[in-house]
Structures are given as C-alpha cells and as structure tokens.
Design a protein around this ligand. Structure first.
Ligand SMILES: [Zn+2]
Length: 293
C-alpha cells in the first residue's frame, strides 16, 4: 500500500515536471520589424536583435543577419512587403544568437555563407543542433569572397580577430555600403567574446585593416546602432587602439586591472562614445589576460 502511494506520488511528480517543461514560453510582445531605407534596393531591418540588411538584387534578395530566435519569419514577412523576389542568399556577420538564430526559419533553398571560424562557432550552438543542422552555413570563406556579379555583387571580407574570431564585413559595392556587424556595433567599448575567439589586443588593428582594405564605401550598417560613415570606422579603429595603448601603459607600471578600469577615461574627441563601467572593467581584464598580466 505504502509502496503504491510512493509510486503514485513519483508518477504525479513526473507528470507535473513534464507539464512544466511543456509549457509554452512566457507571453512575448508582437515581433515588430522596423524598416529603414538605406539606399535604393537596400534596407536596414531593426528590432529583435542585430540590424539586418536586405538587398534586393536583379535576381533575388540577399539578407545579412537573421536576429534572435523566432525573428526569421518576421524578417521574411517584412521582405515580402518590400519585394516579390525570393530570398536567395543569407550571410551572417558572426556567430551570436541575436544575429544567426533566425536562420533556422529561412527556406532550405537559401544559400547560407559565413566566415569559416564563424561556421565552427555556430556548430557549438544548441539552436542548430535542435533543428538538425537547418540554418547552418552551406559555404564558407577565409579572407575574401565575391558572390554574384553586376548589381547582385556582394563582397565578403575577414581581417582578423575582434568581437569574435569570425567577424565578416559584407560589402554591397554597387551602393558603397558595408554591413560591419558587431565588430562595429556602435560607438562604444566593444563586447569581446573570448569564448568565440574575440581579442581586445587585435580589434583595433583589425578595424584599421578593414578601413584600409575595403575601397569605395561611404555608409556603414552597424551591428546594433544607427548608420555610420566610413570616417566613423577610422575613428572607431583609433578609439580601440588608444584604449589598448592606455591599458598596456598602465599594465607596464604594475597598476591593477580594477584600478585602471576605475580611472580610465576616453579622450575628449570620443566624448559621444558610450563607455559603460561594467564593459570597461571586463575589457581591461580581458586585455590584461591577453598580454599576460
Ligand atoms: Zn555579437
């Protein structure tokens, strides 16, 4: 009798935990995708994660970045309002969930291209395992790749480690626009994702190489901010180099990382930059670790 009761309770608990597991996620607000026209045939889709670029080419639509989980379909729905042409190509700037998760909702026919380190990083992500590999890249590039020609041409570049170890710059040469992803998320201290190969020592150089290596661009779609100019990228590269220079100098004098984070201030010319205390502390510590202090 007792044993039966215990068994009944165990079964009831099991059923209860199953019921909890099966509950739908907390009610979320409607997924509103906001459209900003960048140029003729090029749009920036905002909301739900990183900025998405939508380029309407002669034969099909190229999409850069696919936002958070559940935002792939809202992106596709919004594109239908902009053009009857099919989405043929999806490029991810880097591995983060707020840029790649919507991939799993794109049609299986869509070509997906990323930098090769980003593919390796994406292979570790649960969302792609849960979807049996749906949304994973079909092709990769190492340093440079050109896709399509004429009005459909898209150039992909990789210049080294920064926000991650796979940050791609996606250039629409016909329109003189680049999507820089989160290696230039906005005028701020960058997020350095050490688990995915990011580097506070290399990010400034990588940004400077991008500025020197990509020609004929004037407009930048950032990972999470407003549109920027080509000069803004040069300034952002220098901002990161200046930060590294200051932190290195402090480390040489034997100053503790926390003390550096407590006193560091950007130069006057960067006064419009967002420098958050928590990010400052993390980035100083990251650089100290990288340079072996
Ligand atoms: Zn990111």
């Amino acid at each position: 009798m007792k044993r039966t009761l215990v068994l009944a309770i165990l079964i009831a608990c099991g059923a209860l935990s199953l019921a909890i597991d099966a509950q739908p996620p907390a009610q979320q607000g409607p997924k509103v995708v906001e459209v900003e026209k960048v140029k003729d045939n090029l749009y920036m889709l905002k909301g739900g994660g990183g900025n998405t670029a939508v380029y309407v080419g002669a034969n099909g639509v190229t999409v850069v970045d696919a936002k958070n989980p559940g935002w792939g379909q809202p992106i596709l729905d919004k594109i239908k309002e902009l053009t009857p042409k099919p989405v043929t190509l999806l490029i991810n700037t880097h591995t983060h969930g707020d840029h790649v998760s919507g991939n799993v909702e794109f049609p299986a026919t869509v070509d997906i291209v990323v930098q090769e380190n980003t593919k390796a990083n994406m292979e570790k992500m649960d969302i792609f395992k849960q979807n049996n590999g749906r949304g994973m890249p079909k092709r990769t590039f190492k340093d440079k790749m050109t896709l399509g020609s004429g009005k459909d041409r898209v150039d992909l570049y990789y210049f080294g480690r920064g926000h991650t170890n796979g940050d791609a710059f996606i250039v629409f040469p016909e329109l003189r626009v680049v999507h820089a992803g989160d290696i230039f998320s906005g005028k701020n201290l960058p997020l350095l994702d050490m688990n995915n190969g990011g580097s506070g020592v290399e990010i400034g150089d990588t940004l400077a190489k991008a500025h020197a290596g990509i020609k004929n661009v004037d407009t930048i779609i950032t990972g999470h901010s407003t549109l920027m100019t080509w000069n803004d990228l040069a300034e952002y590269a220098q901002f990161n180099k200046d930060f590294l220079r200051d932190v290195r100098a402090a480390a040489t004098t034997g100053k503790a990382a926390d003390a550096v984070a407590g006193t560091w201030k950007p130069a006057e010319k960067y006064k419009n930059y967002n420098v958050q205390d928590a990010r400052l502390k993390t980035n100083v510590a990251a650089v100290y670790k990288e340079i072996g202090k």
